[in-house]
Design a binder for this molecule. Structure first.
Ligand code: PLP
Length: 384
């Protein structure tokens, strides 16, 4: 007996869903990218321009010829290279943490960290603007999750107070990825500690960009090394590479090594990437001049775009959000900018925490200053 739904039905259903997305202005398309293209990049996350730094690529090339292309297995199965250990020591030292463990992506670091923090009866308290990887971490952990309004410390306190005696974890980004605002980390920590809860902070958009020696939002809030604060980050943004990290007490890192599914059942970060990111950490730590330039450019973007009548977020780091009238207008705006040699992020639902579409500019100190200023003009000229 055949099934009621044929392959043709299934493919037709996928076509209908694509049509619905197109009608709502939510089509997503891959655009070609040539090596060394002349596009002014305000869409990627290479905040410090380290992805192409010669010391970074040389370190990666050395490890590439020593170890080959991939790690060829998980570290527990295939062994743990010097490149991985050196990177973890360097990251822990920078973040002021006891220990650090690298994952093959920031997404997997977040899934692994959230799940590893959950015990029976744990309550997760998650900010409404959190990144998809934190949301998915909460979901796959199976723990009860209360989503609190964005940056609402009182709502976090209320959620914790309503679950007395239960283990709890407050989950937040530091610099939020869509609007670029900084979470009230110090106040969240006070509330979490008062209720005996842990605080998990995704420092993805802050690491290398803010904090002492670029050590991120947790360090900027004076929380580095606190035993009840766990930090995650991607190594793909200011560090220009790939991979993720979880940093915290040695006992927690041991727990992740022995039980973390996204660490154990995943091929390790390629040693060449680990070596390149290690070099990037050294450069990022000493990159105060780059951070000053970033802050200056973010302020300039707000001034110029604001003066042109655009609605611009107030950035706490290097993410600037510019409101678009709707999803179609946002796509057309980004496409026009691209046609004029400027890449900008186009954020539409479901990638936005509210229903608003916007352009997201991620400012990079690696872009020539004159190109950056020209890009701001292009954004204004292409505005709907
Ligand atoms: C806040 C945040 N967390 C985690 C990630 C995921 O990191 P990765 O790209 O390394 O998987 C991203 C985006 O890349 C992000 O913006």
């Amino acid at each position: 007996m055949g099934r009621d739904v044929t392959v043709a039905d299934w493919l037709a259903a996928l076509d209908r869903r694509a049509e619905l997305r197109a009608k709502a202005g939510l089509t997503r398309r891959l655009h070609p990218r040539a090596a060394g293209d002349a596009v002014v990049d305000l869409a990627g996350n290479d905040y410090l321009g380290l992805a192409t730094h010669p010391e970074v690529t040389a370190a990666a090339a050395g490890a590439l010829s020593a170890y080959g292309l991939g790690a060829t297995g998980s570290r527990l199965v295939r062994g743990s290279t010097d490149a991985h250990h050196a990177l973890e020591d360097r990251l822990a030292d920078w973040l002021g943490a006891d220990r650090a463990l690298v994952f093959s992506s920031g997404y997997l670091a977040n899934l692994g960290a959230v799940r590893a923090l959950v015990q029976p009866r744990t309550l997760l308290v998650s900010d409404a603007h959190n990144h998809a990887s934190l949301i998915d971490g909460c979901r796959i952990s199976g723990a009860e999750t209360v989503v609190t309004p964005h940056a609402d410390v009182q709502a976090v306190a209320d959620a914790l107070a309503a679950a007395p005696g239960r283990p709890a974890v407050v989950v937040t980004e530091s610099v939020f990825s869509v609007d670029g605002d900084l979470a009230p980390l110090a106040r969240l920590h006070v509330v979490a500690r008062r209720h005996g809860a842990l605080l998990l902070v995704d420092d993805a958009h802050a690491l290398g960009v803010i904090g002492p020696a670029g050590a991120g939002g947790v360090a900027a809030a004076g929380l580095a090394g606190e035993p009840d604060v766990l930090v995650t980050a991607t190594l793909s943004k200011a560090l220009g590479g790939a991979g993720g990290v979880v940093a915290g007490p040695a006992e927690f890192v041991r727990h992740l090594v022995e039980t973390g599914r996204t660490f154990i059942f995943d091929t390790a970060l390629p040693p060449a990437v680990a070596a390149g990111v290690s070099a990037a950490v050294r450069l990022a730590r000493s990159g105060d001049d780059l951070r000053t330039e970033l802050a200056d450019r973010a302020a300039l973007a707000v001034r110029r775009l604001g003066a042109a009548g655009l609605t611009v977020s107030t950035p706490d780091a290097a993410v600037v959000s510019v409101t678009a009238p709707g999803p179609e207008a946002a796509s057309a705006w980004a496409a026009d900018c691209r046609d004029r040699g400027v890449a900008v992020g186009c954020f539409r639902p479901p990638s936005t925490p509210d229903s608003r579409s916007r352009l997201r500019l991620t400012i990079s100190a690696g872009v020539a200053r004159a190109d950056f200023e020209r890009a701001l003009d292009v954004i204004v000229e292409c505005a709907p």
